[in-house]
Design a protein around this ligand. Sequence first.
Ligand code: AMP
Ligand code: MG
Length: 328
Amino acid sequence: MTTRVIPAQSATEVAAAAREAADLLRQGQCAALPTETVYGLACDALNARAATGVFAVKERPAFDPLIVHVAGTPWIERLTAAQGTVLALAQRLAEEFWPGPLTMVLPAAEEGDEVAVPDLVRSGLPTVALRSSAHPVMRAVIESLGGPVAAPSANRFGRISPVAAQHVLEELDGRIPLVVDGGPCRHGLESTIVQVEDGRLVLLRPGPVTREDLERFAPVERATGKTPVAAPGMLESHYAPRTPLKILGEQEGLPADAGESGLLAFGSGGGFAVVEELPSDPVAAAPLFFSALRRLDASDVRRIYARPIPESGLGMALMDRLRRAAHD
Ligand code: AMP
Ligand code: MG
């Protein structure tokens, strides 16, 4: 299969690209689309067969559910069985953070209800994950399709998430019909995922909407490995480069193999064969993070080292991704 890449920068290009992508989705095919977090591999969320194709293209195991992208708040009531205080909390969060990088996990509407996300998209879980992206391309595709879009990150399973159209090609060239190139992703880190419960939020994956942001609405608990929810963004090894990665201790000096290794540093770093310096401000570093990791992985270093960043605000999401990248 030839993978076409079409630009979507101007309003005219966005509209044309969205129409083309929505046509593919309507036929049960998939297309890679930009979002404000990372590039997603989109299909019609209500078409189980189309979703099977997305799992196959990504080599994603069937136990790893897909996030469902919707046009806005009314879809919470359409696609979930949330009621009472849980529904009210979800709606308040949506009002505050949608459109934006927040995914909410809620009890799913039953199959047989007027609209329901198929079992396969949810990996058989009794819950569904909903998000409403702020990206004009994703929004236009959802509008043109007239319904929800399922879109996991547009990379092969377990690998580094794509934050530019070129990265999608590195992962999926020849496997998908279309990549819509909307330029680099603004946040560059996957969405925050919270499970909305009665009077509390369980943080399944830290992301651009920070724990501090969420705590204004309800107490937030960090999910542990023992949490019964299968949230594969929680898999210990994920977002991983091919080159082994190790996180250095805060005060740790140069490792013995620094001369043939790469370094990912927040702030300045030296003494390594290849150095990728990211800003020490996590908000400025996040959009550059996965690209830097990809460049280090593509260089011929034997090992990648990373220096830690303090875990407040977006620093929590950055350290979460680093730890998963470091796990072998
Ligand atoms: P990705 O879109 O590739 O960043 O991955 C989507 C992630 O969303 C999955 O790996 C899960 O961690 C999470 N997710 C999706 N649906 C659910 C759900 N129903 N319950 C819990 N987590 C979910
Ligand atoms: Mg992913």
